[in-house]
Design a protein around this ligand. Structure first.
Ligand SMILES: [Zn+2]
Length: 261
């Protein structure tokens, strides 16, 4: 039997106090100044009332949540995307559900790339944007734009409408090429994205929805997608064919910061 098992109460309390002190010192010593946590604590709050998971309302919308994984302009998972799931304000999710209901009989489905975006994720984009040494995704996402100009040209900003919860990035995917061919143009095969001319998150003027230099088929497809979403209350951002915001927004002034999970 070890001696400390027989120690009187006062000695036990002193030992306990020392253990607490050592633990606190260790914690302080381990906190290296200047190294931000990958997910700021502020992003860990639960999903507030008024928000829903899109899958609960429209489970057949394809979700390709790019910021949860490495296939995005940052080249790695983005902060606060803990799960690959689309969260939106309930009005935005219901509007998207209605657009999907119109689209499905036409042999297509919506596919979302990003939905509600935590402020912590936007902060992560800003950190990435300021690090000019990291250009590993340049050839894929921004070959024509110098990284030092991403802020000035508006590709990266301190705030995003996505954090207000009613903005979604999306495209359409072919499920039945024969039916889809009556609506959209270009190469069509089951499982294939409708040709919109650029990948999602391409930084350049070819992403401008009305870019007149693109082929007539691509212009047709973009205008068709915009008309579909407009019928369900969404407004397109002219610089990005994939970016849509519900009008009016239920939270026009609020930038949320709960984690995606
Ligand atoms: Zn967007």
């Amino acid at each position: 039997m070890r001696a400390n098992h027989r120690a009187p109460g006062a000695l036990q309390r002193t030992r306990a106090l020392w253990i607490v002190c050592i633990a606190v010192i260790a914690l302080v010593a381990c906190a290296v100044p200047g190294s931000p946590p990958s997910v700021p604590a502020a992003a860990n709050r639960a999903m507030p009332a008024g928000f829903v998971h899109l899958a609960a309302l429209a489970p057949d919308v394809i979700q390709d949540m790019r910021y949860h994984g490495p296939d995005n302009f940052v080249g790695r998972p983005v902060a606060a995307y803990e799960t690959a799931t689309c969260i939106l304000s309930e009005p935005a999710a219901r509007a998207l559900q209605a657009a999907q209901a119109e689209l499905r009989p036409q042999g297509m489905t919506l596919k979302v790339f990003d939905c509600y975006r935590p402020q912590a994720a936007v902060d992560d984009f800003v950190r990435w944007g300021r690090d000019l040494s990291d250009q590993k995704t340049k050839s894929v996402f921004y070959p024509d734009v110098p990284k030092e100009e991403l802020f000035q040209r508006g590709y990266i900003a301190e705030k995003s409408g996505h954090s207000r919860g009613s903005t979604v990035d999306l495209t359409a995917v072919v499920l039945n090429a024969q039916r889809a061919s009556q609506i959209v143009r270009g190469p069509l095969a089951d499982g294939m994205d409708v040709d919109m001319g650029t990948p999602f998150d391409w930084f350049g003027t070819q992403s401008h929805t009305d870019n007149p230099t693109l082929s007539p088929d691509i212009q047709h497809n973009r205008h068709w997608l915009r008309a579909l979403l407009q019928r369900h209350g969404f407004r397109n951002l002219p610089e990005e064919w994939w970016h849509y915001t519900l009008q009016p927004e239920p939270y026009p002034e609020r930038y949320f910061n709960f984690s995606v999970r």
